[in-house]
Design a protein around this ligand. Structure first.
Ligand SMILES: [Fe+2]
Length: 276
């Protein structure tokens, strides 16, 4: 897969403005003036530096709004992509489950910025994000997303079902078509466990804070869904209608469809701040 290289004229513009500021004025630029000269990806990065302070950070509603506002306004071109790329014009291959590709724009211990490329019919199997907040912006394409949250339980409840089974509530089950608003998942809400199936070729920009880290206990787990009524365990008193939203999730070995091709990021480069 080839990602279109984008000229970074704006970066040159920033450098020029920086030089001018040094020589012509001692006044600090206002946040609005600064934002006006920053390209969207740089603005996103700088806000992430501001918001994600390390393990345990769950962004405040104001910070969520700030990041969503930037992401909502981002287009594929802002990360060097074009809808005219052959990848996004390719139709589905009947019977095949194509591989997902992933590129990392930026990664620190506090947050990461990645793009996932899903050919038509590709899947990202049901997986979790332990202790993480994730912002997902569908840049191009059409994708089906299913998302669950685990149901908090008391120890007493746990004794009623095998420990490998976790009760989960369905939070999203629908088709998203770009351009659409950013979706956000939190450590224990917003659909922390989700799966994707591409209907057309897709590109999804993810902001993850903090990123996965096996050594820090934030490894990715995968699950299979089991309808609530097919197992004889009762955990919650609920109506018939509610039952349809509840599923058992059973942790499974890493599925082969979860393998991704790593590709090089060729879009605009972030200018790193020393504090990140
Ligand atoms: Fe995910």
């Amino acid at each position: 897969m080839t990602i279109e290289v984008r000229l970074t004229d704006v970066r040159k513009c920033i450098r020029k403005k920086k030089c001018r500021r040094k020589t012509s004025s001692k006044r600090k630029p206002s946040p609005a003036a600064l934002a006006a000269v920053l390209f969207p990806l740089q603005r996103l990065y700088m806000s992430c530096v501001d918001v994600f302070k390390g393990v345990g950070t769950v962004p405040s509603p104001t910070d969520v709004q700030k990041l969503c506002h930037i992401l909502d306004g981002m287009r594929a071109e802002d990360v060097g992509l074009s809808r005219n790329l052959q990848f996004f014009k390719t139709g589905s291959i009947i019977g095949a489950t194509p591989k997902v590709a992933c590129t990392t724009i930026y990664q620190s211990e506090k947050f990461s910025l990645c793009i996932f490329f899903l050919p038509a019919n590709a899947v990202i199997p049901l997986h979790n994000h332990p202790g993480m907040t994730v912002f997902s912006k569908l840049l191009l394409g059409k994708v089906h997303i299913k998302a669950y949250d685990l149901v908090a339980s008391s120890n007493q409840d746990d004794s009623l079902s095998p420990s490998q089974l976790k009760l989960a509530c369905l939070k999203a089950d629908g088709v998203f078509t770009a351009p659409c608003d950013t979706s956000v998942l939190y450590p224990t809400s917003g659909g922390n466990i989700h799966a994707f199936k591409a209907i057309t070729p897709c590109a999804i920009l993810d902001v993850m804070g903090p990123p996965y880290s096996k050594k820090d206990g934030r490894d990715c787990s995968y699950y299979r869904e089991i309808p609530y009524d097919t197992l004889p365990y009762e955990r919650v008193v609920m109506s018939e209608e509610e039952r349809e939203r509840y599923w058992w999730l059973e942790e499974i070995d890493v599925p082969k469809e979860s393998a991704m091709d790593g590709i090089e990021y060729m879009g605009p480069q972030i200018i790193e701040m020393s504090s990140s």
